[in-house]
Write a protein that binds this ligand. Structure first.
Ligand code: NAD
Length: 258
């Protein structure tokens, strides 16, 4: 049985009730995990209030601001985990960002700054958070990140985010190799397209969803809860032999050639 009782889980990337991270947090909570939630702080504190209200029913024992572009804030997050929890078992990396202009039109138009930003927030951050988590995963652990088919195949408009996801998927393999001897597993879920704040920035996301609904073996796309269930599996002992893998949770779309 899937049981995460006694496990401390840090979930990043909840922005609202459409977020994939929200689907994951709900499933981890249902499996008994003790949750810590981070949010991206903004000047007016709007995100903080919104996310705090949303996650309140899950009673997270930690609720912290964490912008991955702010090294001091990342350090504070993991210092707090060390002081309050003593150990970390699960890290959910569920965040990405690119300029909207870089998610439409010609791929070659991406600026140096836009390229760096997308890669830093969406791919480097997995290394950054895993490095901070490593000394706290004293009893082994599981790190799960979110990727998309656009990191392996060309998807119209996904553009620079495809490069970021390709880097992220390779990060998964290098991190899995490094952390394996410590019994820390690192995997990615490649989710089918879901309407969220981040995906709405990708030009033509609704067309992508309709295409999947028409052609995927299951004739639909997936829900946040389905991704959450797969994440809970990857965080549990049921997946104890799995690391360095990309698990497609996409209604089967990835296997289709035509
Ligand atoms: P979302 O907008 O709900 O989540 C993205 C999160 O990234 C937000 O919570 C945002 O606050 C956070 N974020 C952005 N910049 C940050 C920073 N500097 N520091 C900390 N957090 C930051 O959208 P989502 O679709 O749930 O995205 C979650 C993950 O799932 C992303 O990695 C995305 O690429 C991936 N994914 C999404 C889909 C999809 O169709 N929605 C498909 C496959 C993979």
């Amino acid at each position: 049985m899937l049981n995460l009782t006694g496990k401390n889980a840090l979930v990043t990337g909840i922005a609202n009730n459409r977020s994939i991270a929200w689907g994951i947090a709900q499933q981890l909570h249902a499996a008994g995990a003790n949750l810590g939630v981070t949010y991206l702080p903004d000047d007016k504190g709007r995100f903080e209030k919104k996310v705090a209200e949303l996650v309140e029913p899950l009673q997270p024992s930690l609720f912290l601001p964490c912008d991955v572009q702010n090294d001091a804030q990342v350090q504070e997050t993991f210092d707090t985990i060390r002081d309050r929890w003593g150990k970390l078992d699960i890290l959910i990396h569920c965040l990405a960002f690119a300029n909207k202009d870089d998610l439409t039109g010609d791929f070659s138009n991406v600026s140096r700054q836009g390229f760096d930003l997308a890669l830093e927030v969406s791919a480097y951050s997995l290394i950054q958070l895993s490095r901070a988590a490593k000394p706290l995963m004293t009893e082994g652990g599981s790190i799960v990140t979110l990727t998309y088919l656009g990191g392996v195949k060309v998807i119209p408009n996904y553009n620079v985010m495809g490069i970021a996801k390709a880097a992220l998927e390779m990060n998964v393999r290098y991190l899995a190799a490094e952390l394996g001897p410590q019994n820390v597993r690192v995997n990615a879920i490649s989710a089918g397209p879901i309407r969220t704040l981040a995906s709405s920035a990708v030009g033509g996301i609704l067309d992508m969803i309709h295409h999947v609904e028409e052609t995927a073996p299951l004739r639909r796309t997936v829900t946040q809860a389905e991704v959450g269930n797969a994440a809970a599996f990857l965080c549990s002992d049921l997946s104890s032999g799995i690391t360095g893998q990309i698990l497609y949770v996409d209604a089967g779309y990835e296997i289709m050639g035509m």
